[in-house]
Ligand binder design. Structure first.
Ligand code: HEC
Ligand code: HEC
Ligand code: HEC
Ligand code: HEC
Ligand code: HEC
Ligand code: HEC
Ligand code: HEC
Ligand code: HEC
Length: 438
């Protein structure tokens, strides 16, 4: 028997010596040039095939198991390939498919629960496999977006369909789920591709970071950074939104590098006066965060150049704040003198402030006077355009549509103040007033 004569590894199994090869028998064996079919040679040939088959089988096993995920005896994929074929295509093209993460990995196997959730999946579920990303995300402003909008007076004063379509389409990036987690992860990497590359593109931010109160995409588009990126498509030549705000050390926490520029109206250092309600931060926080941002400029810029660029933007922010403060003082005086028309007490109550004058963040655009409406546009739009334009290096936003427009607002507000005071002085005193006079 030759069956005992093959080697396993370095151990020789069976009789003759370790270098023994069977002597060919011309009567039964193939001609000399064809090697004899020993089990050892057979194994040598079969091994690679077996390895390939094994790898394929292992991969397929994972895919077969996701294809086999079932509900009431039928596979998710089977039904949904007919119901929503493009969802299946997107999933098949995703990293999840490759990694063997199936429908039930995110949705579970309870259709009633899925319907109750409108098919959405909470960050807590993603965290089962992506704990770091979810923890980072929960530190940033995105995770608070729904809560912040719901607390806003503008939200409380809006009809439900405007709340849903005019606020929550953007603010659902911080959607609050019944399990307590918050965030809609598919806002930047759309389901069911869940592609990291898609989220890196500036388009991923565009739908929300646009318009007169947060024109980041417009400003970036108009900056040298945006122009160069759009021309060359190279993140190593010019930075995209993600290059300065996400990824790297901060990961999914887009607030990690924010100082005076953060939030709707920006921030001031603790203790400094605020023209309208703003966020605050300590000098220590300022320094730490500014250094983190500057580190991101370094691959492309000198330290001095980058620092001066940001310090200049800080000066623009402070100049814009000063204009808002001047306008706010005029409005407060007009209210104190009782010459606003209508006065706050003569209009529907503000959701939280009642009949007091409200300026800035909580201010409304309904049932106000012309001068307050102009202040709303100044504080909400032109102030934002000026400093957000400066932090994104768009000269046009910083000057023409920002600073120049604020000066125009201030001219109008000063003029209106004169007119309102004149009008009040010319108005005949009310009969009650005459009787009260001595
Ligand atoms: C990585 C997690 C994940 C996986 C895996 C996943 N989904 Fe989803 N699915 C989501 C999220 C998040 C949403 C909500 C956002 C959306 O509509 O894309 C969703 C939404 C849906 C919806 C509702 C879509 C709509 O617009 O009405 C359906 C149907 C659905 N998934 C089916 C499936 C099926 C079938 C599979 C398996 C082929 C699957 N999902 C795999 C996360 C996942
Ligand atoms: C017997 C067929 C069938 C099976 C099996 C099935 N689904 Fe569905 N599923 C449906 C239909 C039909 C809808 C409703 C589609 C619609 O509204 O257009 C649906 C809806 C959904 C939704 C969206 C719910 C919403 O409120 O929008 C999700 C998510 C979903 N299925 C996931 C799954 C997952 C995960 C599995 C496997 C564990 C699965 N389905 C198995 C037929 C099926
Ligand atoms: C059962 C585990 C599991 C769950 C649940 C899960 N993922 Fe994944 N996800 C993976 C694996 C594995 C990969 C591939 C390896 C990697 O990149 O970490 C991946 C990759 C990704 C990627 C990178 C894709 C790319 O282009 O490189 C994104 C983005 C992602 N997941 C988002 C999500 C989101 C959002 C959710 C929740 C809605 C989710 N995942 C739920 C396991 C999971
Ligand atoms: C679906 C809408 C949406 C998308 C998409 C989106 N954001 Fe936001 N972002 C918001 C909202 C809403 C806020 C304000 C949240 C709050 O403060 O309550 C915000 C705030 C921010 C802030 C300010 C953080 C702070 O602390 O003030 C940065 C920076 C930011 N986003 C960067 C990005 C980048 C970069 C992208 C793209 C990769 C992006 N966002 C995509 C809605 C979005
Ligand atoms: C186009 C998307 C979009 C819409 C629509 C939208 N927001 Fe926002 N909102 C944002 C972004 C982006 C920010 C962050 C501003 C920034 O950092 O420049 C923000 C900031 C805010 C903030 C400030 C959070 C903070 O603490 O600084 C509040 C409050 C807010 N929005 C409420 C609302 C309300 C209420 C509505 C509807 C009446 C609304 N938003 C509509 C995108 C949107
Ligand atoms: C504001 C946009 C945005 C949101 C919202 C977002 N991501 Fe991401 N995500 C990104 C970007 C950008 C990348 C690519 C990062 C990179 O390549 O450095 C990414 C990459 C990933 C990856 C791949 C791993 C990696 O770091 O490359 C995973 C996993 C992931 N995200 C999970 C999530 C989860 C879970 C959520 C919800 C809690 C979420 N993402 C929400 C922008 C976002
Ligand atoms: C070259 C770096 C850089 C790029 C690229 C960049 N930003 Fe910024 N961004 C900044 C700086 C600097 C600030 C102000 C930081 C501070 O508070 O100190 C800022 C602030 C913000 C804020 C807070 C409000 C504001 O504008 O001051 C948001 C939101 C934001 N960026 C979103 C984006 C989006 C969306 C893109 C892409 C269209 C983008 N950024 C591109 C550097 C950048
Ligand atoms: C990936 C490379 C890259 C990064 C990162 C980067 N920049 Fe730039 N930046 C450029 C390029 C390229 C130009 C155009 C240079 C030229 O004109 O030759 C530029 C130009 C500028 C300009 C001049 C704008 C003008 O109109 O002349 C300023 C200011 C600037 N960057 C500030 C910053 C700051 C601050 C940071 C960090 C927060 C930063 N950049 C990060 C590549 C980068």
């Amino acid at each position: 028997m030759t069956s005992l004569k093959w080697r396993v590894g370095r151990v020789v199994v069976g009789a003759p010596g370790r270098n023994h090869r069977p002597v060919p028998d011309p009567s039964t064996d193939a001609p000399e040039r064809r090697p004899p079919r020993t089990p050892r040679r057979w194994l040598r040939g079969a091994l690679p095939v077996a390895v390939v088959l094994g790898v394929v089988a292992f991969g397929a096993r994972r895919h077969l198991s996701v294809y086999a995920q079932r509900l009431d005896g039928q596979s998710c994929v089977g039904c949904h390939a007919t119901e929503n074929p493009r969802i299946i295509d997107q999933w098949v093209g995703s990293a999840h498919f490759t990694a063997g993460v199936g429908c039930a990995g995110c949705h579970g196997v309870d259709h009633d629960a899925m319907f109750a959730a409108d098919g959405d999946v909470s960050p807590k579920v993603c965290a089962e496999c992506h704990a770091d990303e979810v923890t980072e995300f929960s530190r940033g402003a995105h995770a608070r977006a729904e809560r912040d909008a719901r607390q806003a007076d503008l939200f409380k004063a809006a009809p439900p369909e405007i709340q849903r379509q005019g606020c929550m389409l953007c603010h659902s990036i911080g959607k609050i789920f019944p399990d307590g987690s918050s965030g809609r992860c598919n806002h930047c990497h759309t389901g069911h591709r869940f592609s990291a590359a898609e989220a890196r593109a500036p388009h991923a931010c565009e739908g929300c970071h646009m318009g007169p109160d947060h024109p980041q995409i417009e400003a970036w588009n108009a900056s040298k950074h945006g122009i160069s990126f759009r021309a060359l498509g190279d993140e190593n030549t010019a930075p995209t939104c993600v290059g300065c705000h996400l990824g790297g050390e901060a990961g999914h926490d887009e607030s990690a590098n924010m100082t005076l520029g953060r939030g709707a109206a920006g921030a001031v250092l603790e203790g400094e006066p605020q023209a309208v309600p703003m966020k605050t931060l300590t000098q220590a926080e300022f320094t730490e965060r500014r250094e983190r941002m500057l580190a991101l400029c370094r691959p492309c810029h000198g330290a001095k150049f980058a620092r001066q660029a940001l310090e200049d933007a800080d000066l623009v922010k402070r100049a814009a704040d000063a204009l808002v403060a001047e306008a706010a003082d005029i409005l407060r005086s007009l209210a104190a003198e009782g010459v606003l028309a209508p006065m706050p007490e003569d209009r529907p109550a503000h959701p939280t402030a009642g009949h007091a004058l409200v300026l800035g963040g909580a201010g409304l655009y309904t049932h106000t006077s012309a001068v307050e409406q102009r202040f709303f546009e100044m504080a909400r739009f032109h102030h934002s355009i000026t400093f957000k334009g400066a932090y994104h290096f768009s000269p046009d936003h910083t000057h023409w549509t920002g600073y120049a427009a604020m000066q125009g607002d201030l001219n109008f507000i000063r003029d209106e103040a004169r007119r309102l005071r004149l009008e009040a002085a010319r108005r005949p005193a009310a009969p009650g007033d005459r009787e009260a006079a001595p």
